[in-house]
Ligand binder design. Structure first.
Ligand code: GCW
Length: 709
């Protein structure tokens, strides 16, 4: 009797524990959750992986692939097939031509496989050595690892295994804006994951999990430190720390890069100048490169922010960006390293200000097309101003045919509500990448040889600050692998992996509307850069007293009694001239300018007639109202999803979506109060007056907002 009672109690407790642990997730596992499949799906997956065979000598990369497959199968099926040495029916076979001679020139797969290059893979149900197998084939071990992740993704989502895939872009990079003291510039997910102080002796398990997550997306490079760099990162102790990280990332196909401060040798007092043409300086960088490559043989190279926002650069010595970039490029060239030189430049304090900050990068870089060394890439921000909720594509894309360009997206949401507001950036990436430059290059995506994303990864348990912000890391990686990927498909994949198949469709609907919602309550109709000084969080369209004119929101919206918007046509700054003639012509006329860019290119009277039949003033108000209404809709949609989401993640996102509604209302009310004070116009019937007078919004300050590094 006693025995029965305690057995029953134990069973009850066990089931409670099981339910609780199944219910509560903290997000650490990201999209690599590998939760148990239903019975039918289990049978299908099991049939493809009765054993795992990787012929030939194991490498760190094949070991990583095997470990991940085992982890995935243990989670999804509750069993681990383990490695087998012989090919048998039902084997999951991972092989390169070097590992399995059958995949060589005589193979029917040879042509297809060769076309996939070094990183691509193919998945195929086929026969090998007389056995029915599921084949993951590639030309290199890293291709096998990517193939293993693809196979696991398909298994977890019930998707039909993808036939074959290869990346179009060579460089798929994260840029960490992480400082050496572990603060993160524009980071909203805790501290830096790089514990520089503890490295190289103490290596956090997170570094390996970081590598797994990135490899699962095909990310193959990471810049460990902030572009606002420090000289110390290139000293021996920090090179040793970076080398320890590189050792962990290497099996996953991820190279380490560092942001270099242009004046490093001078500041370390090892040279008397930082002039890029000085032999002393050139020799110093060559020695430094040798030193780095001794510690990190596959070191990727340098990322540089120069002559921008007070950073030192070649212009300090009356040299050009090309002189500076080529000097560093010469130092790393013997080691096959590269230099990524950022085009985010705007005049330093006191220098002559361009008439329009949006024009400066093009003005400085376009004339240098053709003068960069072969191992230099110019990294161009998405947005000629700065990662705004919406910007037209940067005019440098399509304008530098002789220079490899990289796209720089910001995954961390500096300007889109940090990690509190929900904004799925897949739609933003897609919108930019698919835009036709109307030059010989075609779509923006076709101008690229690499893509960089400013990381949103930190020490928070869920990595990204919020669960939905994980999707932005995911989308960046998947779209760097395939810039033609559709935001909706990527969202569907992420949602199924993260919240399960049943939640997929409604979660995707939320994601797909989320960025437009933010645009509407922050900067509708092409408005930009009207956020608070320094922290860039809340609204501050009234700010007009900062040292530089182009730091002031009033510089960008130009609202006055007569109208609103920045005239970038020939009557104004003529930034339009930097685009292909076809685009310049189309955007020269407000009637043919896409509504979403209207006030980016035009200054228009408040009573300008919009296609909706409303005046511009009424349309602006309607957009702010729509932003708030859609934020409420996101909140309600999440509530409806409650039965499908585990309690912990449900609550964590619900709190954020509630706060987002308040944030949307704040933006709407503050902007309407301010623009009304300028336009002097009444609110049309039905439009709710802001909750407070303008002075109230002006008095709000956020001295301790996160992310200022
Ligand atoms: O958007 C601005 C940010 C800065 C950042 C800079 C840049 C790293 O506010 O924090 O500095 O862009 O991209 O260099």
């Amino acid at each position: 009797m006693r025995f029965t009672f305690s057995a029953a109690l134990a069973a009850l407790l066990l089931s409670l524990v099981a339910t609780a642990s199944a219910a509560d997730e903290d997000g650490y596992d990201l999209w690599l959750r590998y939760r148990p499949l239903d019975r039918a799906a289990q049978a299908g997956v099991q049939a493809q992986a009765r054993s795992i065979v990787i012929p030939g000598v194991a490498s760190p990369t094949t070991q990583a692939a095997l470990a991940e497959l085992n982890r995935g199968l243990a989670g999804m099926l509750g069993r681990v097939p383990g490695p087998a040495s012989r090919i048998a029916d039902g084997a999951l076979l991972l092989a390169t031509p070097a590992r399995l001679p059958e995949l060589g020139a005589a193979s029917p797969l040879h042509t297809e496989l060769t076309a996939l290059g070094n990183e691509g893979y193919l998945l195929r149900q086929t026969r090998v050595q007389g056995h029915n197998v599921t084949l993951i084939a590639a030309n290199s071990d890293i291709g096998l690892l990517y193939g293993a992740y693809a196979w696991l993704r398909d298994a977890a989502t019930g998707a039909k295994p993808e036939a074959s895939s290869a990346p179009t872009l060579q460089l798929r990079m994260l840029n960490h804006w992480d400082n050496l003291d572990r603060t993160v510039e524009r980071g909203y997910s805790g501290q830096s994951i790089w514990d520089w102080w503890a490295l190289p002796d103490i290596k956090d398990q997170r570094y390996t999990d970081y590598a797994r997550a990135n490899a699962s997306l095909g990310i193959n490079g990471t810049v460990l430190n902030n572009v606002n760099s420090k000289p110390e990162v290139l000293t021996a102790p920090f090179i040793a720390k970076a080398a320890a990280v590189a050792d962990i990332l290497r099996p996953y196909g991820i190279k380490v890069y560092l942001s270099a401060r242009f004046s490093t040798p001078l500041e370390l007092k090892e040279t008397s100048t930082a002039d890029p043409l000085s032999p002393e300086v050139r020799a110093w960088w060559a020695r430094k490169a040798d030193e780095i490559y001794k510690a990190i043989p596959d070191f990727g190279g340098f990322l540089v922010k120069a002559n921008s926002e007070g950073q030192p650069g070649p212009q300090d010595y009356h040299r050009s960006h090309a002189d500076g970039a080529n000097m560093l490029a010469a130092a790393v060239a013997p080691h096959k390293g590269i230099v990524m030189w950022r085009a985010f430049v705007y005049a330093p304090k006191g220098a002559h200000l361009a008439d329009d900050r949006a024009k400066q990068a093009y003005d400085e870089f376009k004339p240098l097309d053709g003068s960069f060394a072969a191992n230099v890439l110019v990294q161009v921000k998405n947005g000629a101003i700065d990662f705004q909720p919406r910007e037209p594509f940067h005019p440098l894309f399509g304008a530098m045919p002789k220079t490899p360009l990289m796209m720089e997206f910001q995954i961390t949401k500096e300007y889109l509500g940090y990690s509190t507001d929900m904004a799925y950036l897949g739609t933003l990436f897609e919108e930019t990448l698919e835009t036709d430059t109307k030059t010989s290059t075609g779509a923006v995506a076709q101008t690229l040889s690499g893509m960089a994303g400013v990381a949103n990864i930190g020490s928070d348990r869920n990595w990204a600050g919020s669960h939905f912000d994980q999707a932005n890391w995911y989308a960046f990686g998947r779209m760097a692998w395939n810039p033609q990927a559709k935001a909706r498909d990527v969202a569907a994949e992420w949602a199924a992996l993260t919240f399960g198949k049943r939640a997929e469709a409604p979660v995707v609907d939320m994601m797909m509307m989320s960025r437009e919602t933010v645009v509407n309550y922050m900067t509708p109709l092409g408005l930009h850069h009207i956020m608070g000084t320094g922290h860039h969080f809340g609204p501050a369209p009234w700010v007009d007293n900062l040292e530089r004119p182009d730091w002031n929101p009033v510089y960008y919206h130009r609202a006055s009694r007569d109208g609103i918007g920045f005239d970038r046509t020939a009557k104004g700054s003529n930034a339009l001239e930097q685009y292909a003639p076809e685009i310049a012509r189309q955007y020269a006329d407000p009637k043919t300018t896409p509504e979403q860019f209207l006030l980016w290119f035009h200054h228009l009277p408040w009573d300008y007639a919009m296609p909706s039949g409303r005046t511009l003033w009424a349309e602006l108000l309607a957009r702010y109202d729509k932003g708030v209404a859609d934020a409420r809709s996101l909140q309600a949609r999440w509530v409806a999803l409650k039965p499908l989401i585990d309690a912990r993640r449900y609550a964590e996102e619900a709190q954020r979506l509630n706060r987002q509604v308040n944030n949307a209302v704040l933006w709407r009310d503050a902007c309407i109060a301010y623009f009304q004070s300028v336009s002097g116009l009444a609110l049309p019937p039905g439009v709710t007056a802001p909750a407070h007078p303008l002075d109230y919004y002006k008095s709000l300050s956020y001295p301790y907002a996160p992310g200022r590094g």
